[in-house]
Design a protein around this ligand. Structure first.
Ligand code: HEC
Ligand code: HEC
Length: 404
């Protein structure tokens, strides 16, 4: 009898301790999944914004003398430039993989017998299951799904996240009714067969795979580590679309140009209102709404020039300290982050600063006024060129995260 009691007590003790442990472990896993989910949502919101931007502005990109936000000029000469919403996003997605290890894919089942435009978008088993769920009428619209997955072969863990895409008015131009084909042969401007998708129909999903790494598990370091890691991914996210635009500016502005080919020299060219920072800013708005993280492009400007957009780019005191610090130690590609308590309003935030330096691409607009294309010291956007040199600090990206 005594032995049974001892055994029972032991068992109870073990049960008690293990339930305690299980709770501790659960809480830990929960928090960290939360951060991976937030990071995945940041990636999705950026790609979504780029995709929508290209879809909505495809005629501005393709047509001569067009300007963003204005009607396309009548009888404008237009040509497809190899820039399409999914293709543009995938270029950015592949660069993101190189820089951060996070993999990005547009997964789709295609439409009926037509299948996919690009075989690389064939879903794997996990994606296929999620796409089926998204397609049922009971699944709530616009809600992503994420979970931790173990890779059987290597026993590594990764976080997977998938977000459904529905057909919007701007997508119909290429994916809609073949009877509306601009070339009257059932094909869209890119030369692909139009699939006959209807408005709000599920067309595919953005699928994100993030490697999960070992992390510190105790102390204040944990919070710091996670925010720092997320900040680095976000900085990459905000930079890449801008660089994509900066690199392909001549393709966008020049009639007859095509992505990846030399830009024709004797064709008409006009600025279309698409510049790297304005483009990145359209993305930050959508990004802040979906993640709660605020992002700003800031600058003190150069000498008497000041920032180009003072109402939005003027630095606050914390940002000013960072800008000055980085001017001294330029060039430096490490960002800087810290947790800040604003006791007056009882708020704690994590702030992160990342420096932006001038390279050859930027000089086209921010470089030597003597190289002005209009010979009046202004760049193609009509702003005064500030005479920045390669390697000069142009400004920075400033992030503010709410801390739980
Ligand atoms: C200018 C024409 C054009 C517009 C507008 C357009 N797409 Fe596409 N879409 C394409 C092309 C071309 C491809 C194949 C790209 C490639 O080769 O990877 C594609 C591929 C896709 C794919 C991958 C499926 C497949 O068949 O490979 C998805 C998903 C997709 N588009 C969604 C959208 C959504 C959502 C919109 C609207 C927001 C949109 N597209 C607007 C031209 C367009
Ligand atoms: C097509 C011309 C063009 C190119 C190329 C260009 N910029 Fe700009 N840049 C602009 C314009 C126009 C603005 C003002 C945008 C706005 O309205 O907010 C700007 C604003 C900025 C700002 C915000 C601060 C301010 O003065 O308002 C930063 C930072 C910046 N650019 C950095 C860069 C970097 C870095 C590159 C190279 C990767 C680059 N730019 C390439 C035209 C350009």
């Amino acid at each position: 009898m005594k032995r049974i009691i001892v055994k029972l007590t032991c068992l109870l003790a073990i049960l008690f301790v293990s339930s305690f442990l299980a709770k501790g472990v659960k809480a830990q896993v929960h928090d960290y999944v939360y951060d991976y989910e937030r990071m995945s949502r940041a990636v999705v919101s950026m790609l979504n914004a780029v995709e929508n931007f290209i879809a909505v502005n495809i005629d501005v990109i393709d047509c001569n003398n067009a300007f963003i936000g204005k009607p396309i000029p009548k009888d404008a000469a237009c040509n497809y430039k190899g820039i399409n919403p999914e293709g543009g996003c995938m270029r950015i997605g592949k660069e993101l993989t190189q820089r951060t290890g996070i993999k990005v894919k547009f997964a789709s089942e295609g439409k009926g017998k037509l299948g996919l435009r690009n075989k690389e978008n064939t879903p794997d088993e996990w994606e296929s299951n999620q796409l089926k769920k998204f397609a049922t009428i009971r699944y709530p619209k616009g809600v992503g799904f994420g979970e931790v997955e173990m890779i059987k072969e290597t026993l590594d863990v990764q976080y997977r996240y998938i977000y459904p895409l529905y057909v919007e008015p701007s997508c119909l131009k290429c994916h809609g009714d073949p009877a509306t084909s601009p070339t009257k042969d059932g094909k869209d401007v890119t030369g692909n067969t139009m699939e006959g998708y209807k408005l709000v129909e599920l067309i595919g999903a953005i699928s994100i795979v993030s490697p999960i790494e070992a992390e510190p598990t105790t102390g204040t370091e944990v919070v710091f580590y996670d925010y720092n890691k997320m900040a680095k991914v976000i900085i990459n996210l905000l930079q890449m679309p801008g660089y994509f635009m900066a690199r392909n500016l001549d393709v966008i502005d020049t009639y007859g140009a095509f992505l990846g080919k030399p830009v024709p020299q004797n064709e008409p060219s006009s600025y279309k209102g698409i510049n790297p920072v304005a483009f990145a800013k359209t993305i930050t708005t959508e990004f802040a709404a979906s993640t709660g993280i605020k992002a700003r492009f800031i600058s003190e400007g150069k000498g008497s020039y000041g920032p180009r957009n003072p109402s939005e780019a003027a630095p606050d005191p914390w940002e000013l300290i960072q800008l000055r610090k980085y001017t001294e130690k330029a060039p430096n590609t490490e960002g800087y982050g810290e947790v800040i308590k604003i006791s007056a309003v009882g708020l704690t935030v994590y702030r992160y600063f990342y420096p932006l330096y001038i390279n050859e691409l930027c000089q086209k607009c921010h470089g030597d006024p003597a190289t002005s294309p209009t010979r009046d010291g202004k760049d193609i956007t009509g702003a005064y060129m500030e005479n920045y040199k390669v390697g000069d600090l142009r400004g920075g990206i400033s992030l503010t995260f709410p801390v739980k």
